[in-house]
Design a protein around this ligand. Sequence first.
Ligand code: SF4
Length: 390
Amino acid sequence: MSSSHEARRDASLGVYLHSPFCVSHCTYCDFYTRAFNGESQVRSFVQGLAGGIRLSAEDLGVVGRAVDTVYFGGGTPSLLSPADLEAVMQALHATFQVDPGAEISIESNPESVTQEKLSAFRSLGINRLSLGVQSFEPAILQTLGRAHSAARARQAFEEARRAGFENLSFDLMLALPGQSLDILKQDLNTSAGLAPDHLSAYLLEMDKETALRARIERGELKAPTEDDAADMYELTRSVLTRAGFRHYELSNFAIPGKECRHNLKYWTDLPFVGFGPSAWSYLDGRRFREAADLEGYLDAVRKGAPPRREEMQGEARERIEEALFAGLRLVDGVDLANLGRNYGVEDPLEDRHQAVRDLEEAGFVSLEGGRLRLTRRSYPIANEIFQVFV
Ligand code: SF4
C-alpha cells in the first residue's frame, strides 16, 4: 500500500448499495438483474443486505468510518418499499458515521414510484433522485423495452419535485435505433424544459451482449452510424451547455454545484465500499467484489460469513491505468503529479509518453500544467483512445 493510500485511510467513504430486482429486462442492459416477484422476495433480500453490511464492514475494517455519500443502485432500487429502505438506512447508521450533510441518492424508474413513495423516500433522508428516462419518444421506449411511458416519466419528475427533491437527475440515451437528430433535439429540449439539476447522457454501447444488439445484428433495427453518434453527442453537449449545465464528465452534465458527489469518488480515485450482490469496494488501493449472485450472497450472510468473494489483485501498472482512465473521463482531466503521489510512483505515465505525444499531435489529448485531458473530439470515442494507453 502506498503512503498516500495510507494517508487517505481517514477520508470519508462513499457507500454503494446494490439491489438486483427489475420489473422487466430492458433490451440494451447487460447487468445482472432478477425478476421482481413482489415484496416478500425483496424483504428476505433486505434482511440479508442489512446483515451483509455489518459483516462486510467488519471484515473490511471500516466499522465506525465517516460516510459522506450513499448511493442506492441496481437493478431498480426504487422497487424497495420505504420500510425496506429504512431497514437498510438503519443498518448503515448502526455501522458508519453517516454525515448529516451526506448526499444520499437513489436510482429509480418512473413506473416504480408514486408521489407517496417519493415523499417517504425524502423523509428517510434520501436527497437525490436519479430517474431513468432514456427517451421521451414512445417508439424508442418500446424498442428499449422500458416499462414506462413518456408521460409517466414527466409525471414522476413532477412528483419528485413536489416530494421535496432539490437534486434531481435524468438518464437519457443517445445513438439509439430510430433516433434521429431531430428526435434527440426534442428529447433534450423537453429534458432541459423540466429543469433537472443533473443529466446523464449515455451513448448506446454496442460491445455488450444484449437483445438490442442481437436485433441490430440480425438487421431488424438500424443503429446510427459512428458519425451520427458523434453528431448526437455534440448536439447534446451544445443544447445542455446552452441551457446552463456544465459538462463535467464524458456522460454527465450538472448545474454547477450539483455534480454527483458519489460518482466523483469513482473518477477521482477516492475510497468507497459496496454492499449487495456483485457490488465493488475500493479501499486502501485494493478492489473487492461481493458474491455476484443473489443466492450466494444471502447464503454467506445466513452462515454469518462476509459475502465477499474476490479481491482483484492487479499489478501496480494496471491499478494506475484504471485510475488514469477514470480520471480522464472528467472534462478537467487528471493531475498527473497527484496520481503519481497516490500510487507512490514518480511518473504515472511510465512508458506511455510517446503515445501521449502522438495523441497530442493528432489533437486527441492535451497536456498542460501537469493535467492530462481528452479534447472535445475524443469524447465520443474515449474508449478507443484509452486503448492506445494499454
Ligand atoms: S431497469 Fe436498469 S438495471 Fe433494470 S434492466 Fe432496465 S436498464 Fe437494466
